[in-house]
Design a binder for this molecule. Structure first.
Ligand code: DGY
Length: 325
């Protein structure tokens, strides 16, 4: 009898992905989508060689020590701040993520959130639904222009580049960017983007979008000091990760009109949202859905599944994040 590797799918996922994995593995699915505490996750992972994770499951040294048979965790997300990569490498556990397949979808959403924020779309919709539209006035819900303005992209990876291309080619924006390292000249030309310091970007951009990965260094990259450098007419959009923006400082800046508006798809401590943000009119709030189209989510799920199959069956993962012996 062939013994098949055991894997846990930590959250509900497309039924066809469960079926695909069941061809290779003894699968424990979680189609009821129960949310497990860290100790419940450890209990679920006993005897498992693989985990299909969504990005909310913390994989750290304590979990790894308690799950000695684990060999791979495959995130159905491009972000992997739920993984302690050093601890995983030390424990010989492979980490994989799901890059590329979500790039254009996420860039579309980043641009949509920018437009909704600058042009006050959500505020206008709430205003209309509340029956407040009784007369028109010349400055009613007047926002900021996108076309011809300066777009500042912080984090110029694949998604950041997609947003820069949309801004430069589609809307005639001047694009400036800040990144850990400067892009090569050909990529800069393709995105029509110029590299600037973070401080210059904060001071000169009309619209700033955050698309960088979360790291300890990126924690509260945008706080009270940075918000104070921005133009009072500026908008800030965060589709990266909660914790990159100090949400309390942002709420204060929106309340005091230090900046004009913000669009947030990610939050510190999500799904909880800073209560003050919920009360402010000049912020558009969405529940971490930047990559949420069905074709893209299916592609992400397939890539996570293919990483499990690639590693546990063929020893060839597609998108590894670390090297293990
Ligand atoms: C990602 O892929 O990292 C997105 O934020 C969805 O979790």
């Amino acid at each position: 009898m062939i013994i098949r590797p055991k894997i846990l799918i930590a959250r509900a996922v497309f039924p066809e992905i469960v079926a695909k994995l069941a061809k290779y593995f003894e699968v424990t699915p979680n189609q009821a989508d129960e949310l497990w505490t860290p100790s419940q996750l450890i209990a679920q992972l006993q005897g498992m060689q693989g985990a299909f994770t969504m990005g909310g499951e913390r994989i750290d040294a304590a979990l790894l020590a308690a799950c000695p048979e684990l060999k791979i965790c495959a995130n159905m997300a491009v972000g992997y701040n739920n993984f302690d990569l050093d601890a995983m490498t030390a424990a010989g556990v492979l980490a994989t993520n799901a890059p590329d397949v979500l790039t254009e979808t996420t860039a579309d959403f980043g641009f949509a959130l920018l437009m909704a924020t600058a042009r006050r779309m959500a505020e206008g919709e709430r205003f209309l639904r509340a029956g407040l539209w009784t007369r028109w006035s010349y400055d009613m819900l007047a926002g900021a222009d996108i076309h011809g303005s300066t777009l500042g992209v912080i984090g110029m990876g694949r998604i950041g580049q997609g947003i820069a291309r949309r801004g430069a080619h589609g809307f005639g924006m001047k694009v400036i960017y800040h990144n850990r390292s400067r892009l090569d000249a050909a990529t800069e030309a393709q995105c029509k983007a110029s590299y600037v310091s973070k401080e210059e970007l904060l001071k000169t951009a009309d619209h700033i979008i955050l698309v960088l990965p979360y790291s300890a260094q990126a924690h509260h990259l945008i706080g009270a000091v940075e918000l104070a450098l921005m133009k009072p007419s500026a908008t800030l959009v965060n589709i990266a990760r909660g914790g990159i923006v100090d949400d309390a400082a942002l709420a204060a800046a929106l309340r005091n009109k230090t900046i004009a508006a913000a669009g947030l798809d990610v939050f510190e401590g999500e799904p909880k949202v800073n209560p003050e943000l919920l009360t402010l009119p000049n912020v558009v709030l969405t529940p971490h859905i930047a990559s949420a189209t069905l074709p893209t989510r299916l592609a992400m799920a397939n890539l996570a599944a293919d990483n499990l199959i690639g590693y546990l069956i063929n020893k060839r993962p597609l998108t590894p994040l670390n090297t293990v012996l």
